[in-house]
Design a protein around this ligand. Structure first.
Ligand code: NI
Length: 423
């Protein structure tokens, strides 16, 4: 199957915009620029000068938490979790997780996000929803110690990997995802680290999200959370660290040297009063910083364009330096950096890369004049400007229509579920 986009302006990478055509063959980008003579397209889409850019990568989220959107607001993380979220999650079923994930997938697709990194429960049902919706995802079974040293969750994580890693033509990957230092004891964390090593899987964990968590780890282990992970041999190039709000300079150096990745979630950190991650310091230590929304219960949406703009503006306000976190850097975080951390050859529109592509309207008031499209993508565009979303060479959404999701069914099922929760 060949698809040809004509008359487009193409954000090939965060450093380059060209005018011309883009061809897709099966799941890969075949070319950009001039159309090769032998390229015969089954479908031709005239982009009318609109912007084609890489689909956004949401590098840290909990998809099914869309069910708990607006259910627990204006609370700090510890009471948000203990008093509100954990009691709700105790009632969660596999079917709930499926429909919550379908709702999340619809929001992602409509908002130009093509790839997500998710950590949650009932992940076999989440994987099924991801398979059905057509998005790209790295998924992990949340692991906590509980009352069996995490053994039951670790077993689920292993069977999830065996069943779904590489599934759907490589669209789904499985990571090993211990929740955090404060919810896993040393035995659980070490076992998760071992399992990830044996499987060659990525490790995804919350780290130094709040000041309290960071300080309590130091009291428990005489090490910061980053140094503690390193002491367990769990800080390496397959490690993805969500938040890192309270890491210090030594932690940043350690994370940078280990080539681990940081998943920056500015909006969730602000809303939960957790603080602002020291992203300029992370960049100075050459850390691969990616961008995520976190779950919809702490954000309260999965809008990566909001996150993109926040990443490019927030740190300027903190440091007083308007050159901190440029549009180019923020765009890299939301595209190529995230894809790299997750191990997908995506996040740039070059021949041979996975065809995860979005089309952004340029003939809407907030995008005119569309002269610097890289800046426009960060500072002017919104999720509402997404006209088309393609993942793995397949168009999932176009001009308001979902091709893989029965959106009315999703609304009905989610309505039924939240009624049961009394939300
Ligand atoms: Ni999270």
């Amino acid at each position: 199957m060949n698809t040809l986009f004509t008359n487009a302006r193409i954000l090939v990478s965060t450093g380059e915009v060209i005018a011309g055509c883009l061809g897709v063959t099966d799941k890969l980008i075949a070319f950009t620029g001039e159309v090769p003579e032998d390229f015969k397209a089954q479908r031709v889409i005239d982009c009318e000068g609109d912007l084609l850019m890489p689909g956004l990568v949401n590098a840290h989220t909990h998809l099914a938490m869309t069910l708990f959107r607006n259910a627990a607001d204006d609370m700090e993380l510890s009471s948000w979790l203990r008093e509100r979220i954990w009691p709700l999650e105790d009632q969660l079923t596999g079917e709930d997780a499926y429909w919550g994930t379908m709702l999340a997938a619809a929001e992602c697709i409509r908002g130009g996000c093509t790839c997500v990194n998710d950590m949650y429960f009932f992940m076999d049902r989440t994987a099924q929803a991801v398979a059905d919706a057509g998005i790209r995802a790295m998924l992990g079974q949340g692991i906590v110690t509980g009352n069996d040293d995490g053994k039951s969750r670790l077993a689920l994580a292993k069977s999830l990997f065996e069943e779904f890693d590489g599934a759907e033509d490589g669209r789904i990957k499985i990571a090993i995802t211990p929740h955090a230092e404060y919810t896993c004891n040393k035995a659980t964390l070490a076992a998760a680290g071992d399992l990830a090593d044996r499987l060659g899987a990525r490790l995804h964990i919350h780290l130094s999200e709040t000041f309290q968590e960071h300080e309590e780890c130091k009291l428990r282990h005489e090490l910061t959370p980053a140094a503690y992970l390193a002491s367990l041999g769990m800080l390496h190039e397959r490690t993805l660290l969500a938040h890192c709000v309270h890491i210090d300079e030594d932690d940043a150096a350690l994370i940078g040297e280990a080539k681990a990745h940081v998943l920056h979630c500015p909006q969730s950190n602000l809303k939960l009063g957790s603080g602002i991650a020291p992203v300029p310091a992370m960049l100075a230590h050459r850390i691969n910083v990616c961008l995520g929304t976190d779950g919809a219960a702490s954000n309260n949406n999965l809008d990566m364009f909001e996150e993109l703009r926040l990443a490019a503006t927030l740190h300027k306000g903190v440091t007083g330096n308007a050159t901190d976190v440029t549009a180019k850097q923020a765009l890299s975080m939301a595209t190529v950096n995230g894809a790299y951390a997750l191990g997908f050859n995506a996040g740039r529109l070059t021949a041979g890369a996975l065809a995860d592509i979005i089309r952004i309207a340029t003939k809407v008031p907030n995008m005119v004049p569309a002269n610097d499209l890289r800046s426009a993508a960060v500072y002017s565009a919104s999720a509402a400007d997404v006209r088309m979303t393609m993942v793995n060479g397949r168009i999932l959404y176009e001009n308001g229509e979902f091709y893989t999701i029965d959106i009315d069914r999703v609304y009905a099922e989610v309505g039924r579920i939240v009624e049961r929760y009394g939300l």
